[in-house]
Ligand binder design. Structure first.
Ligand code: PLP
Length: 393
């Protein structure tokens, strides 16, 4: 027998392992020092009360003969898909119908699983630095990767490369790890490029709810995108579902390539390999899109957005170059003093007890940069910024 040797080509991810190891060493050496973690990409606020109430109600229904639900509908319950479609139409102003939407157990699985639809001989454009899942899932299949350099010159928002062919294009906006967010004009250029290449954009909108300025929250706000894009979205950051698990994927019903309907292919793939998200979770997810549920989510998002503002103000005051923080929970800064990402990690931890994430862990273009996140508490974020000012003023 043979195994998939592409797995041997995967780079080991030592990023968070090394971070944890270094933090443990520091804690041992400085037991008196309070360590502040501004490196995590997980939310910290609990689910809003209206959402947990719906979750509990859904679980109770499963215990009664007349309200029990077995296997759910293939694309997810209508009550949830219709609410998401209305959210797209009324809040985001994007042309998405319930029929386009597939409920998932989160964006990560679908971002990886969608590759079942595409040949291994495709050329894939991936920005660098990047959410590592795009790279590893393609390497597992042995696809050809072309990295798009994100840097200070392009504001960490790479544009279509001239003369480069592409079949699949990954875009994440607002971006993890950089927090940078594409404009309408920039995404229009990407849609036009994808159409010219007969390519598909795989658009990760996991952070759409952080957008406060007049910037796109969905690729489907861009004319022509229904003919060239698939979008992944998640309730993880919008509604605190990182541990509850629910997301949605939009595959326009008319989207075709190579003589095949991608929507029909994805339905076939999902009905063959996935049996849906649990009923109570879908009930909880539907509550996100009610006025009360959304108000609870907005209140939590406001805490993170305020933290991001506090960090941004401090970096500005210190004269540190950065992107993100405005329409994103991430801030991506140039390491002071020209330090490498890991050298700055060590220095920052030693001087201040603050833990961030070295940019080099997200790709070669991340070297010399550093990610801070706004997912901590307000008190910790303020204390961290006080220490940062003292150390770097
Ligand atoms: N996409 C991006 C860009 C992310 O940063 C994350 C999580 O950190 C995900 C997808 C995963 O989302 P989910 O929790 O829905 O699987």
């Amino acid at each position: 027998m043979k195994v998939n040797h592409n797995y041997a080509q995967l780079e080991e991810s030592y990023l968070f392992q090394t971070v944890n190891h270094k933090v443990a060493e520091y804690a041992k050496a400085h037991p008196e020092r309070q360590i502040i973690r501004l490196g995590i990409g997980d939310v910290t606020q609990p689910l809003p009360a209206a959402i947990t109430a719906a979750f509990i109600e859904g679980a109770k229904e499963q215990g009664k003969p007349d309200t029990f639900h077995g296997y759910g509908p293939e694309q997810g319950y209508d009550f949830l898909r219709e609410k998401i479609a209305r959210y797209y139409q009324n809040e985001i102003h994007a042309e998405v119908s319930a029929g386009d939407i597939f409920i998932s157990d989160g964006a990560k699985s679908d971002v990886g699983n969608i590759l079942d639809l595409f040949d291994k001989d495709n050329t894939v454009l991936i920005p660098d630095p990047v959410y590592p899942v795009y790279v590893d899932t393609n390497r597992m299949d042995g696809r050809r990767l072309v990295f798009l350099q994100a840097n200070e010159e392009n504001g960490f928002l790479p544009m279509p490369p001239e003369g480069q062919e592409a079949d699949l294009i990954y875009l994440c906006s607002p971006n993890n790890p950089t927090g940078a967010c594409y404009t309408y004009e920039q995404l229009t250029a990407w849609v036009q490029y994808a159409i010219s290449q007969d390519a598909i954009i795989l658009f990760d909108a996991a952070y759409e709810s952080f957008v406060t300025e007049n910037l796109p929250r969905s690729i489907f706000e861009i004319p022509g995108a229904r003919g060239c894009a698939i979008e992944f979205c998640s309730l993880s950051k919008t509604a605190g579902f990182t541990g509850t698990r629910c997301g949605y994927t939009v595959v326009p019903q008319e989207l075709c390539r190579d003589g095949m309907h991608l929507h029909a292919m994805w339905l076939r793939r999902q009905t063959t390999k996935f049996n849906g998200v649990s009923y109570p979770v879908q009930r909880a997810a539907a509550e996100v899109f009610t006025p009360e549920g959304m108000a609870g989510c907005r209140a939590n998002l406001a805490i993170y957005q305020n933290n991001a503002r506090i960090i941004a103000e401090t970096l500005t005051k210190l004269g540190v170059w950065f992107v993100g923080g405005k329409n994103s929970p991430y801030l991506w800064l140039r390491c002071p003093g020209g330090l490498s990402s890991w050298a700055f990690f060590d220095e920052l931890l030693e001087k201040t007890g603050i833990v961030g994430t070295p940019g080099s862990g997200f790709g070669a273009c991340g070297e010399g940069y550093f990610r801070l996140t706004a997912f901590g508490s307000e008190a910790n974020t303020k204390e961290a910024m006080k220490r940062l000012e003292e150390a770097y003023a």
